[in-house]
Design a protein. Structure first.
Length: 121
């Protein structure tokens, strides 16, 4: 699927408006710092923009705020996760506060997902 200019602009805008949790995690993922895996941030997969993805490892990482635990947003997240799994991606989700207060634990969970091919949703 070819990306539209609007999709690319939206992803670029999201990269410029990262949350503190996304910034903290990105500083530990960029330049293959996590087990040599190449991660990209705010990337399109189909019609979705994911927070972080390792295309080689088929691993998507989502960092969620409180709104992701409510009604329609939660439903959309579940639909997105199901679609990504259908396409062969593993999806791991962490809460913003988890990243900010336990970054090493988050990274350890991600290492497990990278190494074992497990899905942690």
């Amino acid at each position: 699927m070819k990306k539209s200019v609007e999709q690319m602009d939206f992803a670029r805008e999201l990269r410029g408006k990262q949350t503190d949790a996304e910034k903290a995690l990105w500083m530990r993922l960029r330049n293959r710092q996590l087990d040599g895996a190449k991660f990209r941030r705010q990337q399109h997969i189909g019609s979705y923009v994911v927070d972080f993805v390792s295309f080689d490892k088929k691993l998507v990482v989502e960092i969620d705020g409180g709104q992701h635990n409510e009604g329609k947003t939660k439903e959309r997240d579940e639909e997105r996760t199901a679609w990504l799994k259908e396409k062969g991606y593993r999806v791991v989700r962490f809460w913003n506060n988890e990243v900010l207060t336990n970054l090493e634990g988050v990274l350890e969970n991600m290492r497990e997902a990278l190494g074992r091919g497990v899905t942690l949703t």
